[in-house]
Write a protein that binds this ligand. Structure first.
Ligand code: C2E
Ligand code: MG
Ligand code: MG
Ligand code: MG
Length: 275
């Protein structure tokens, strides 16, 4: 709730020294030192072609292992990192780490077709995202077409110059996906101008796809939209084979979710997918 009031609202809240405010300040201080202390690492969740089970990509998901708190979920620290500005540093580290890992897998005999990395709106606001991504690709040697950047509808709609940055990223040869599609506001007219390649159907629509007629209708509509706009569509949060079968039946052949695999460590991915 404090967060909904934006940065200033948050600061005010923190200064009020309620228990939660103090806790946030403490977390924020720890967070700032997490990278130098090597507490951050990435997990990778496979994305698969439903009918063949083939690996088509992975999504990089950041994890924070704090010595006292244990594993802190991204839902708890990403918003904090965004509020404090630390996300720029963290986001760059994630990008570089993800690209490096792709090269390491390649050297170990597994060519992962692509890696998806989440970008936060604050990484766009700095105006250096195109340079940063280009630089990381050069430094790591990852082929640009193997990198997919995930952005949300709100990032696209609420960032001035979003189109300019997205065009710049596209020009580097990386692809773009819209994450959590259907949960935000976006104008289809605006979307159409964007060099976006993939829509990710949000997990919330997949969850009750069999029980809830609205979710079913929304999922089908997104699949159709993707088809007519010539975009790939991938479903998030697929947990059962019924959900996978439903998607396939309705023309969506890409999925990510616990049914296939949880997010895993790099070696686990090698074990399971190396030919
Ligand atoms: P997201 O990008 O939509 O990532 C998918 C989330 O759904 C991940 O949660 C993943 O573990 C979870 N998930 C995948 N399959 C299933 C499933 O079958 N069932 C259920 N219940 N959950 C599933 P996670 O790793 O906790 O990340 C949450 C969110 O935090 C991400 O949502 C993303 O918005 C954000 N995030 C994670 N890593 C990064 C990062 O490196 N940078 C930024 N900016 N955001 C990140
Ligand atoms: Mg994502
Ligand atoms: Mg998502
Ligand atoms: Mg999300």
């Amino acid at each position: 709730q404090a967060k909904a009031r934006g940065r200033n609202g948050y600061r005010f809240y923190a200064m009020s020294m309620t228990g939660e405010g103090v806790e946030r300040l403490r977390l924020e201080t720890w967070l700032r030192r997490s990278l130098e202390k090597n507490e951050m690492f990435l997990n990778y969740q496979p994305q698969v072609e439903i009918d063949t089970g083939r690996l088509i990509g992975v999504e990089a998901l950041v994890r924070w292992n704090h010595p006292e708190l244990g594993l802190v979920p991204p839902a708890r620290f990403i918003p904090l990192a965004e509020d404090s500005g630390f996300i720029s540093q963290l986001g760059e580290w994630v990008l570089a780490q993800a690209c490096r890992q792709m090269v390491l897998w390649q050297e170990a005999g597994l060519v992962v077709p692509k890696i998806a990395v989440n970008l936060s709106v604050r990484q766009f606001e700095r105006g250096t995202i195109v340079f940063t991504v280009g630089d990381i690709l050069r430094r790591t040697g990852l082929e640009p077409h193997r990198l997919q950047l995930e952005v949300t509808e709100s990032l696209i709609m609420n960032t001035g110059d979003a189109l300019q940055y997205i065009n710049g990223l596209h020009a580097l040869g990386v692809s773009l996906a819209i994450d959590d599609f259907g949960t935000g506001y976006s104008s289809l007219a605006y979307l159409k101008q964007m060099p976006v390649q993939t829509l990710k159907i949000d997990r919330s629509f997949i969850k009750d796809i069999h029980a809830d007629a609205n979710d079913e209708a929304i999922a089908i509509a997104i699949i159709q939209l993707g088809k007519s706009m010539n975009l790939a569509v991938i479903a998030e949060g697929v947990e059962t084979d019924e959900q996978a079968a439903f998607l396939l039946r309705h023309g969506c052949n890409q999925a990510q979710g616990y049914f296939y695999s949880r997010p895993v460590m790099p070696d686990d991915l090698l074990q399971r997918w190396r030919p």
